[in-house]
Design a protein around this ligand. Structure first.
Ligand code: PLP
Length: 382
């Protein structure tokens, strides 16, 4: 039976009949499982092979909510990204990627993949002319993020998917910031979707986890790579992610609305120089974001008049936002990407990309929006 996302989050993939009638799938705290029939190595049930009941039920739910054939859960978002890229690329291959990416992904591409003989070209994923120039006979894939972290750009996603289809490249997208509530990339022609499930999918800031979704064959490729790299998610973390997912739609819709109100408040505030949020009319791709997404997500970034000293003053004066990296949890988190998520980039590269030392990133949580606005207003008083 086809299910709407809210229903799929609760019912998709669940075992019927329920085990001993338990409404929630129990944690199968067993690393290995009895062999009941002959098969090959990948049929053996073993926690590292991501195929215990906690994995398979969770993966069926994730595939359903991303409108994909198959899903894989991993020990972190970086495990999902590294297993995916290593399953598709080898020595001598080349990839194209948008120039601003989550810092860990940027480091993986520029440092680790380069050492393995895998080359890259960073492009502006909003400028199709630059894609053609980057193309080589060895190009295998194109990597983008739905809303880029931390500048919240909305690049030409439809164009990237079509470009890849026409040229036989694999399109890979990090959908962490949008979540399947705001965007389902497979429906828009993307081949593989990765997530840091540590963020909105789990939504409680209490585990690190990752997800890969796509066709059964491509997800199987990423799984075999993950099996060898050893990046599986443990059963208890599967249970927590499974539980967190059930409230995803409610949480993300609240965060979409709350972030829009807080970002609008800040944009009007005399102490604020500018705000990067696709929900604001001032965003260069606001119309595109309105057309593609039912909400613009719970994360935005901004700079204050007075630069870094003003940002440091804000951090010392707010009471509700916690000064911490990461995003997508119930509590509002505030960070400076230059010293956290993007600290690995050389400073001049960071500045060239528009990630200044003074840039503040706010992940809006589930608090009452009015309380967040009042707290920021008080902290911004001269
Ligand atoms: N992708 C994005 C957009 C992220 O923000 C992060 C982490 O901040 C990651 C991937 C990496 O995820 P993890 O920390 O779960 O490995």
């Amino acid at each position: 039976m086809p299910m709407r996302p809210e229903t799929a989050l609760i019912h998709a993939g669940e075992l019927r009949p329920r085990i001993e009638g338990a409404v929630n799938l129990p944690v199968f705290q067993s690393s290995t499982f009895e062999v009941t029939r002959d098969g090959d190595y990948h049929d053996i049930r073993y926690a590292r092979l991501s195929n215990t009941p906690n994995h398979t039920v969770l993966c069926a739910k994730l595939a359903a909510i991303e409108a994909a054939e198959a899903a894989l859960v991993t020990g972190s978002g970086m495990a999902a990204i590294s297993a995916t890229l290593l399953s598709l690329l080898g020595q001598g291959d080349h990839l194209i990627a948008h120039r601003t990416l989550y810092g860990g992904t940027h480091d993986l591409i520029t440092r680790d993949l380069t050492r393995l003989g895998i080359e890259h070209t960073f492009v502006d994923a909003d400028d199709p002319d630059s894609w053609g120039r980057a193309l080589r006979p060895s190009t295998r894939l194109f990597y983008v993020e739905t809303f880029t972290n931390p500048l919240l750009e909305v690049v030409d996603l439809a164009g990237v998917a079509a470009f890849c289809r026409e040229r036989g490249l694999v399109s890979v997208i990090d959908n962490t910031l949008a979540t399947p509530v705001n965007f389902r990339p497979v429906e828009h022609g993307f081949d593989l979707v990765v997530h840091s499930a540590s963020k909105y999918l789990n939504g409680h800031s209490d585990i690190v986890a990752g997800v890969v979704v796509g066709s059964a064959a491509r997800v199987r490729g990423a799984k075999h790579k993950l099996d060898h790299l050893g990046g599986s998610l443990d059963a208890h973390a599967c249970f927590l992610l499974h539980r967190g997912l059930k409230t995803l739609a409610l949480r993300v819709r609240h965060q979409n609305g709350s972030a829009l109100r807080v970002a609008s408040f800040l944009e009007e505030h005399p102490a604020v120089a500018h705000v990067n949020y696709p929900g604001l009319e001032s965003h260069p791709r606001h119309e595109r974001s309105l057309a593609w997404f039912p909400g613009h997500g719970g994360l935005f970034s901004f700079e204050l008049v007075g630069g870094l000293p003003s940002a440091e003053r804000l951090f010392s004066r707010v009471r509700l936002p916690t000064h911490a990296p990461s995003l997508g949890g119930p509590e509002t988190l505030m960070t400076r990407p230059a010293i956290t998520s993007h600290a690995g980039l050389p400073p001049d590269e960071r500045r060239r990309l528009g990630i200044s030392d003074a840039l503040v990133r706010l992940s809006v949580g589930l608090e009452a929006t009015e309380d967040l606005i009042e707290d920021l207003d008080r902290a911004l008083l001269p």
